[in-house]
Design a protein. Structure first.
Lengths: 806, 290, 160
């Protein structure tokens, strides 16, 4: 594919851009969300998973006799016989045969909390009673959790078949890195550590599986369904033909990535449904979700270098990264594609060095968390820009501004090969400065400091890439382990019924706290001239559906927007033929306006969509012969802009092309004695192109920012050196409350993308991709310290203050 | 996360509760609000065979004031006690402590006596109770006995209660006019468990502190009285310097353990800072600002 | 383990059932009575997704055994809008987009209702402090605070 054509966006939009109330809300407000745990079927069993109490150990034996004797227990599958029932999990890792992942531990446990047995019983309580009675004899192995220790020659091996703990290492150079560094006047270096946090949605992952032996159909209701074109892999795991597996989506009670292709829960439910011959529900509890949810976020150690001229002009950056993936590596190193998609940030730099090592340890494996690794890249780069500003004694705003890619430089290809479609970074920064009263705050800061208060101001200017291509999951390898997949579609079916009412069918688990139904309703309203509240949005199951990838990488709104756009064109095209016939006019003389076709120049001669649709459904013989009954259309929207990596991988191609931007200004007061951080002011200005529903985007920005605050200040899946998970529940894994959260001033700047419907760019992850950078800069500024490790907990802040004071 | 099975018993009076406990033996526990116990049961960290619910016992309900003493029955809810005029008059430090504990919906259900009997050394109410002083009334098969606050906390989640005994009420003794209190805790988030806390009272007379109580939470196996700090305060005039000195004394010699919320060293530091600040607040209140 | 016959009033209607002693009020309401607005987030009383009103007061129904609620009057979010019309509080949440995934919403609504009933003139700070008892992972709370304040004004009879 080459560069897609530049679009002319309509000047007037009726619905896109309006903060209409969300169409999904009435059911949620009534408590009728149809979440997965709300779904029950007669004769249903429930399961509980017995989890490993050891971080690293051989499983010597498992005794289930006491558990089996518990009244109500129907079946138990353990590590010892799980391979009799299922194949390994779908795995996009570097060498799945050498770090093989099953839904239960096999032969040995590799992290505390890994499943060792599943009990199906007549209630969840009974299943838990029985799970407690399962006796596992372990032969302890040396635990390994430390990132760098995993590289030691004598480190214990997590997967013996791999021969080391390094499933992936490669050094990339994009552009003339050495040349740029040689030309630099100043090079700043630092060691930085991003700690492991995760989405932790309030609703855990669940599945209800039902196997019909008569037809061989395995139906699984899930709150995690994406990549439906990959579900043949899950069918293989479950040992059913791919056309005999049907996943039915339910709205998710939050995801933030943590339900992105989460199929282990469905696998366990499906396996137990086949074993017992009865419907089975597996609803993770919070302990399962934290310890064994397969979706911890990035856990990275960086050695970073930034090269610049003495005037502040940035030239190049080099990153040596070691990423602690935990016990398995289900998505390969795809999270780093996210970093490389926007590796230079909003700044003109001509080269990037990236030396990436993935290590395996005795932690739960990583998955996706809002940003999918790009948030880490942003934080590292902004930390280094702040360090350069300090080194050159420059204002942190000035050094950013002078390095911005300029509006006339778009589309702008960055050294890694990805493109930034459009942007106006200075406009965003100016708006942020104004909205935050940055100058006023600098003045007040000086006054407050004179009173002995520790006030800090932090600024960041960061990118938000959106709409990933499939290439980022394999361009790491010369020879992709699996096929070099290039499809990442999203689909919709629009049906206009005989009454002119529109139903839109989606084919992924699209609802997870974003606003897919509102987005689709606004698009359909825009395209077909109906009211958004009158659009019915439903979800199709996988087996009867069209290929869909689902949300992730801030892709859904753009992709489904494209799908609705084309499907609507098809509807209108057919409707035009019918209208022309009914109006006895030439099709070329018809104009589409206000939800109907009129004859150009004769606005009285018109047919509404409802009239046309009634004819389409009911009056076959009044219409031209070639018109089929009905009025519906589907469209499979493929990725709008993907190009291939080059063979040398010095250019990764275009894989994340619609790139938004944001600037945050944070004012904090820090208590140096306790490490407490209070937010005095918070401003966030985002540019995600054309905004479909400003209030919804505002909500995403604020919510994402608060999650970023959590990752910055306290959220962490904390494992000690013995591999013990010290944060197993919500008593220890802390998420921000209302009293921990600032009130934001949110601004939007709109630089429409030239390549997407209406000019939309993704905006769902942005808050979390910016907040850590701005908050750290503010704390640094307040205390005269430098944060190098996240989360910067109160205790760590106090330690830094003490160290700075000698 | 479902509780293990148990037998539920409802006691109609303190006597009935005591009788049930005696009958059911070591495997029985009192269920009042359950806001500490039930989470532990859902986590399967506690699995009593029997629970004796005392919240329907009329003789265990209510808050009462008897001149200089505040009485709180074992079934009295935290939120009720927190907002009660008698608490605010006689033991405002207890009201402060309760307002810092858990969330309002938890305090609607939880009881003050339950929190004391749970004897978590990081919890708010035990520290406040120990700081102000008083006693608990314990009932068993052999009748009732009083245990002074000084003797009630023996170790992690451990009290002198014997098998078959329950706490029926707590009594908090008033301090004279001219008393100020300070209660401060520090947790990582607004709603998280405190890492450390300080509960202090001082009484001033003629510009001099003549009585002081300093208790730390989260730094030892019990809410920890700090006589070394009190010794610094008594006889001194309130002021920043003496408070700093007392805070230093409070934090010297303690050896808190580390956990996922904070290291021992950090707890020690917090103990000093919170004590100093709590004393400052207490002094302002003793001066009549409260 | 013991079983107990309990009788409660739920959303104005008498309900009874036989429950195992260990059955949480949340499970009783969800599974036995079909009131699926009562959500499980953590089952340890930390998140508030299971919040219901018992005798008019917000409690965590995941750490309350159903048998303990015998005789009580219980209100779940299903009671707010029995007909086609949403409750003014629900309308305010919708207007301000004080929800995203909707999972914390029933608990958040009931806690907000209690706050407004207790103090119809609550300030932004009081609203924020009040809802701090309940976790929301989506919104960052700001639009919830907006919604609570607006709902309070509307319930006071002030038109905007």
């Amino acid at each position: 594919m080459t560069i897609p054509k530049v679009r002319q966006h309509p000047e007037h939009l009726e619905w896109v851009g309006k903060s209409i109330p969300r169409v999904e809300d009435p059911k949620f407000l009534r408590g009728r969300g149809n979440y997965i745990d709300d779904y029950e079927v007669p004769n249903m069993l429930e399961v509980a998973v017995a989890r490993s109490t050891m971080a690293h150990a051989k499983i010597a034996s498992i005794d289930t006799s006491a558990a089996e004797a518990v009244p109500g227990v129907v079946a138990i599958v353990t590590s010892e016989n799980v391979k009799d029932h299922v194949n390994p999990m779908p795995d996009f890792g570097p060498s799945p045969d050498k770090h093989t992942w099953h839904c239960l531990a096999v032969d040995k446990v590799r992290y505390m909390g890994e499943g060792v047995a599943v009990v199906a019983a007549t209630s969840r309580a009974i299943a838990e009673d029985a799970a407690e009675l399962i006796e596992v004899e372990y032969e302890p192995l040396e635990p390994l959790t430390d990132t760098l220790a995993a590289l030691d020659d004598d480190a214990p091996l997590i997967h013996e078949a791999l021969g080391s703990n390094v499933p992936f290492h490669r050094k990339f150079a994009f552009g003339d890195v050495d040349g740029d560094f040689a030309a630099a006047d100043v090079i700043v270096r630092d060691t930085l550590h991003w700690g492991r946090s995760g989405g932790q949605p309030l609703e855990t992952v669940g599945a209800v599986a039902d196997y019909d032996a008569a037809t061989g159909l395995l139906t699984i209701h899930v709150n995690s369904m994406s990549f439906t074109h990959f579900l043949f892999l899950l069918a293989n795991t479950l040992r059913v033909p791919s056309n005999k597996l049907d996943l039915v989506p339910h709205p998710a009670g939050g995801s933030f990535g943590a339900k992105f292709f989460e199929v282990k829960t469905a696998t366990i439910a499906g396996m137990m449904a086949r074993v017992t011959g009865r419907p089975v529900k597996f609803m993770q509890d919070r302990l399962d979700n934290i310890a064994n949810g397969d979706h911890h976020g990035s856990d990275r150690y960086y050695e970073a270098e930034l090269a610049a001229r003495s005037d502040g002009t940035m030239l190049s950056a080099r990153f040596k990264v070691v990423d602690n993936y935990g016990a398995y590596i289900q998505f390969g190193v795809g999270q780093h594609g996210n970093s490389l998609a926007q590796a230079v940030g909003p700044y003109r730099m001509s080269s990037i060095g990236y030396d990436l090592t993935a290590v395996l340890t005795n932690k739960c494996q990583q998955g996706a968390y809002r940003g999918f690794g790009s948030e880490v890249g942003n934080w590292i780069l902004e930390r280094m820009v702040d360090l350069m500003a300090t080194e050159l004694d420059m204002d942190p705003v000035d050094i950013r501004r002078m390095n911005f890619i300029q509006p006339d430089q778009f589309p702008y290809f960055i050294p890694t090969g990805n493109v930034y479609d459009s942007g106006d970074y200075e406009a965003v920064l100016n708006k942020t400065m104004e909205l935050s009263d940055y100058k006023g705050w600098r003045k007040r800061q000086a006054e407050m400091r004179a009173e002995g208060r520790h006030i800090g101001i932090g600024v960041c200017t960061c990118q938000e890439r959106s709409v990933f291509s499939a290439t980022e999951f394999w361009f790491w390898f010369d020879e992709p382990v699996a096929a070099p997949v290039t499809s990442a579609p999203e689909s919709v079916t629009l049906k206009v019924d005989a009454m002119g009412a529109v139903t839109a069918t989606l084919y992924s688990n699209a609802s997870w706290g974003n606003s897919p139904e509102t987005m689709v309703a606004q698009f359909v309203a825009e395209e077909l001239g109906v009211e958004p509240d009158d659009v019915s949005v439903v979800y199709g199951s996988s087996n009867q559906g069209l290929p869909a990838t689902g949300p992730g990488g801030s892709r859904f709104t753009i992709m489904v927007g494209g799908a609705v756009e084309v499907a609507s064109q098809r509807i209108r095209s057919k409707a035009a033929k019918i209208a022309a016939h009914l109006l006895e006019a030439n099709e070329d003389d018809l104009v589409w306006e206000n939800g109907g076709f009129a004859v150009r120049g004769s606005p009285d001669r018109r047919k509404e969509l409802a009239e046309i649709s009634l004819a389409a459904h009911m009056f076959k013989h009044s219409l031209p012969e070639e018109i089929e009954t009905g009025l519906e259309a589907s469209h499979v929207q493929d990725h709008p802009y993907t190009t291939m990596p080059n063979p040398e991988r010095t250019d990764l191609g275009v894989f994340y092309p619609f790139v938004g931007h944001a600037s945050h200004v944070v004012v904090v007061e820090v208590d140096p004695e306790t490490g407490r951080v209070d937010f005095l002011d918070y401003t966030a200005v985002h540019d995600c192109g054309t905004v479909v529903n400003p209030r919804s985007v505002g909500g995403q920005v604020i919510g994402g920012t608060v999650q970023g605050l959590g990752s910055t200040l306290f959220e962490e899946f904390l494992y000690d050196t013995d591999g013990v998970l010290r944060t197993p529940s919500f008593a220890e894994y802390l998420i921000p409350s209302a009293m921990d959260s600032p009130t934001l001033r949110v601004g939007h700047n709109e630089t429409p993308s030239p390549y997407t419907p209406y000019g939309i760019k993704g905006g769902g992850e942005a808050g979390r991709m910016m907040a850590p950078s701005a908050i750290c800069a503010a704390i640094d500024d307040a205390l005269g310290i430098r944060i190098r490790r996240l989360p910067a907990t109160p205790e760590r802040i106090v330690e830094m203050v003490d160290a700075a004071n000698g | 996360m479902k509780s293990p099975p148990f037998d539920y018993h409802r006691a109609g009076s303190a006597a009935e509760a005591a009788a049930l406990l005696g009958e059911l033996g070591f495997d029985a526990r009192i269920l009042a609000g359950g806001q500490s116990l039930v989470p532990l049961m859902n986590l399967r960290l506690a699995a009593p065979g029997h629970l004796v619910d005392i919240t329907a016992a009329p003789d265990l309900a209510g808050v009462s004031a008897n001149g200089s003493r505040l009485g709180v029955g074992a079934a009295a809810r935290q939120r009720t006690v927190e907002l009660h005029a008698d608490t605010l008059a006689i033991a405002p430090i207890l009201a402060d402590a309760i307002s810092n504990a858990g969330q309002v919906p938890v305090r609607h259900q939880g009881t003050v006596v339950g929190s004391l009997a749970h004897a978590d050394p990081s919890a708010e109410m035990p520290a406040a109770f120990k700081a102000q002083g008083g006693s608990v009334t314990v009932r068993g098969a052999g009748g009732t006995r009083e245990i002074p606050s000084e003797d009630f906390f023996e170790g992690y989640f451990t009290t002198p209660l014997e098998e078959g005994e329950l706490v029926t009420a707590v009594t908090v003794d008033a301090w004279p006019a001219g008393t100020g209190h300070g209660f401060l805790e520090f947790g990582v988030t607004a709603e998280s468990w405190p890492i450390a806390l300080a509960a202090v009272l001082i009484h001033t007379s003629g510009g001099v502190i003549d009585r002081a109580s300093v208790v730390l939470g989260g730094v030892a196996e019990v809410p920890l009285r700090r006589p070394e700090a009190e010794a610094v305060l008594v006889g001194a005039a309130p002021g920043a310097e003496v408070f700093a000195e007392a805070a230093e004394a409070a934090a010297t010699g303690i050896e808190p353990l580390s956990d996922s919320f904070g290291s021992g060293a950090y707890r020690k530091k917090l103990a000093r800072v919170l004590t100093r600040r709590a004393l400052t607040t207490a002094a302002a209140r003793a001066g009549g600002d409260a | 383990m013991s079983n107990h016959d309990i009788s409660v009033t739920v959303n104005g209607t008498a309900a009874s059932g036989s429950v195992e002693s260990r059955r949480s009020l949340a499970d009783f309401l969800r599974r036995d009575l079909g009131l699926v607005s009562v959500h499980f987030g953590c089952e340890q009383g930390a998140c508030g997704a299971c919040t219901v009103l018992v005798d008019g007061r917000s409690v965590r129904s995941c750490i309350l055994f159903a048998v303990q609620a015998d005789g009580a009057e219980i209100q779940t979010v299903e009671s707010l809008a029995p007909g086609a019309q949403l409750h003014p509080l629900q309308e305010a949440f919708r207007r301000h987009q004080g929800l995203q995934c909707g999972f914390c919403t029933p608990g958040m609504l009931l806690r907000s209702l209690e706050l407004i009933n207790d103090n119809p003139n609550l300030s932004a700070t009081e609203a924020r402090e009040g809802i701090s008892s309940n976790m929301c992972r989506c919104t960052g709370y700001q639009y919830i605070v907006d919604a609570v304040l607006d709902a309070a004004a509307e319930m006071r009879g002030e038109e905007d």
